[in-house]
Design a protein around this ligand. Sequence first.
Ligand SMILES: Cc1ncc(COP(=O)(O)O)c(C=O)c1O
Ligand SMILES: [Zn+2]
Length: 442
Amino acid sequence: MSPETDRPPSWQVCLACANELTERDPRSRCPTCGGLLEVTHRDPELTGDALLLRFTERRGAGPGATTSGVWRFREIVLPSAEEVVSHPEGNTPLLHREALEEWTGIGGILLKHEGHNPTGSFKDRGMTVGVTQAKRIGARAVACASTGNTSASLAAYAAQAGMPALVLVPAGNVASGKLAQSLAYGARTLLVRGGFDDCLRLVQEASERLGVYLLNSINPFRIEGQKTIVLELLQQLAWDPPDWIVLPAGNLGNTAAFGKALREARAWGLISRVPRIAAVQAAGAAPFARSFEEGFARRHRVDPDTVATAIRIGDPASHDRAVRTIRETDGVVLSVTDAQILEAKAAVDGCGVGCEPASAASVAGARELARRGTISRGARVVAVLTGHVLKDPGMLLDYHVDREPPPPGANRPVEIEADLRAVEQVLEGAKGRSPDGVNGER
Ligand SMILES: Cc1ncc(COP(=O)(O)O)c(C=O)c1O
Ligand SMILES: [Zn+2]
């Protein structure tokens, strides 16, 4: 990150062999060694203070892409972009709920709710940049493998851009809200008999052979957009960084993006201190957590299994760049069980916020780190909720309606005859129950 004024505004670099590609090169990996690519920007022309002022001015200014929570930061996302494909996206809330402070044991916990994005997950932040790039390079179609949210987001942004979209998802393992979105937005949707890792392998082959632009998070332009989760939360905190940022971790694109955002924010004078990152995996899909426990001595691959389908990934594609994030931020990686995830989800849902199962891994992880003493009671913590509560209605109905015996937070609906007496009886019954559980004890 040194001033190299003879450079174009941005270019791509292979993280493994330092090979350089132009900004508009459509290949998804390094053509020399197959390594992951990263977008590198020339140092911004403005000082840190001038950038901060510009970001502040754009916040809440008029309609259109300028106010987007992604394009507001365009100088450090994709400075050369002129016409962008923007919903707009971002501008997600930073929420405070006392009940969650109590539940996690962390006095200063806030929730960055990415479920408030246009398609209900953080993927929109990467997709606005990825589809903008696809248009700039004249791609004829776009494609991705997905556990559901990426496909929903790609489908929406491709529709907006007027481009055909192809999405590959694991048959039988995609939450119904996400599948419904891909179909509704008009993506050609392939249900692959295999897991996410199979889908990713297949779509990479297809993109190489069939000339379709790949928009998985190995695409470095997606990462540029996802950096803005961190930039926006820092802005919401008046650029006074929290002690910790906790996020769910699957394919590790977001973990990589968070590290890059913090590295650049510090180098370019936006912040003077870097928060620690905690990446939280589901115990049944925790190859990165296992690797962390061994000091990242080697990379693991597992056969994944978890209720949190969005992070049901056994061979995370962004492993190497996520290792860098954890090392540079003095971060930690941990895993939480499905039971912990569901308990955290019930706590998040129960205070009126709501999130999808994978998102609750961050809150479960924050609580676990507080229990271990890694995060102190007084720490300032931002836990990222990555997706909306309605993404996975099937899981919600199973938890609240079908499961026997009812789990501790189950809120059973009551079927009644259509008369007032029946309503009264239910209300009387509710009076006699504990105040924090509507239909059951906690
Ligand atoms: C809701 C949700 N949370 C977390 C993740 C994991 O993000 P990453 O794959 O970047 O680690 C995903 C990825 O699909 C997701 O959809
Ligand atoms: Zn290379």
